[in-house]
Design a protein around this ligand. Structure first.
Ligand code: ING
Length: 310
């Protein structure tokens, strides 16, 4: 038995004007709640510290950079790191990272109970677009504000297991999970900011979005025999509704905990990392079953190449 009590800390809406300090206070409040429930690890959403700013079209780099963190920890997040260390709580959270050499990433980190950053990931699959798109009911400018991640899909050993990170749109791509599955990952933590409607297909509403969000995480968990913790930033941000529905999914792909509200809401579940072993030793024993001689398209081809017309 390698049981970890996981707290999935869904965050309700963060308005554009909300200061980081206010958000950190909410995060600390949830960490206290998680500690009272004897949690070892708390998982926060993507871009936890601010509103989902890629919905806004900006041109001025100084304005854009106000949404980014230069260092981590920094003055605003230090209280969160200090609280976590005091409580002996590990945490993962996402933020907009501006590197010292001027690169912008959508980043997530895993901080262990002693305050050491043991895992870092930069979002690889950036959805949306880079220029203002008047045909969309709202903008989704991640390709404008972030560079694709340059760290690959790392895994790392902590809490007596093998952990990995991904972020939001990454969860929709099977390659994400398999790259970590091929490293023996036992728990993947991810955050998401998912608008409740499709900006290019208004009839695609929250129910369908929630279905797709669960579908891809459950598949990823099952097909790699790993736990998946998916945590939303939810609710109405300045008139833009975001899906909630944070979940904890076991290595058989079953949802074992699910958020009921669109507010700050803590999900708790005791996750035994040993529950990943059976799947990895049987149906998804990659070494025994995979036939990589037939998979070359997956890394040699970016888009579709159609078969010849007869
Ligand atoms: N948000 C959304 C997500 O992947 C999206 C964007 C939604 C893309 C639905 C495609 C379909 O959940 C982020 N931040 O990636």
């Amino acid at each position: 038995m390698r049981v970890i009590t996981v707290a999935a800390a869904q965050m309700g809406a963060i308005q554009k004007e909300e200061e980081r300090e206010e958000v950190i206070a909410r995060m600390i409040n949830m960490m206290d709640q998680a500690h009272r429930a004897n949690a070892n690890l708390i998982v926060y959403p993507e871009l936890t510290l601010t509103t989902f700013f890629p919905r806004y079209y900006m041109e001025d780099l100084l304005e854009i950079n106000t949404w980014f963190e230069n260092d981590m920890p920094n003055a605003s997040t230090q209280p969160l790191f200090k609280k976590a260390k005091t409580l002996g709580m590990a945490m993962t959270f996402g933020y907009a990272e501006l590197t010292s050499d001027g690169h912008h990433f959508n980043t997530s980190i895993h901080v262990d109970a002693t305050g050491i950053i043991v895992g870092k990931y930069r979002k690889v699959h950036l959805p949306g677009h880079s220029e203002f798109d008047p045909t969309r009911s709202f903008q989704h400018l991640e390709k404008r504000y972030f560079k694709p991640g340059d760290l690959g899909f790392p895994t790392y050993r902590t809490l007596d297991g093998i952990f990995g990170l991904c972020i939001c749109n990454d969860r929709r791509w099977p390659e994400t999970y398999r790259c970590m599955g091929l490293q023996g990952v036992e728990m993947i933590t991810l955050g998401y900011n998912t608008p409740s409607v499709n900006s290019q297909k208004n009839e695609e509403g929250r129910a369908k979005r929630q279905f797709h969000s669960n579908l891809v995480m459950q598949a990823g968990a099952y097909q790699n025999s790993t736990w998946v913790v998916g945590v939303a930033k939810a609710g109405d941000e300045d008139g833009h509704d975001m899906c909630g529905g944070s979940v904890i999914i076991n290595p058989e792909g079953e949802i074992v905990a699910e958020a009921k509200t669109d507010n700050d809401e803590l999900l708790l579940h005791s996750c035994d990392l040993d529950d990943t072993i059976f799947g990895k030793k049987t149906i998804f024993d990659f070494a025994r079953h995979r036939r990589i001689e037939h998979y070359s398209r997956i890394t040699s081809q970016i888009g579709v190449k159609f078969p010849p017309k007869s």
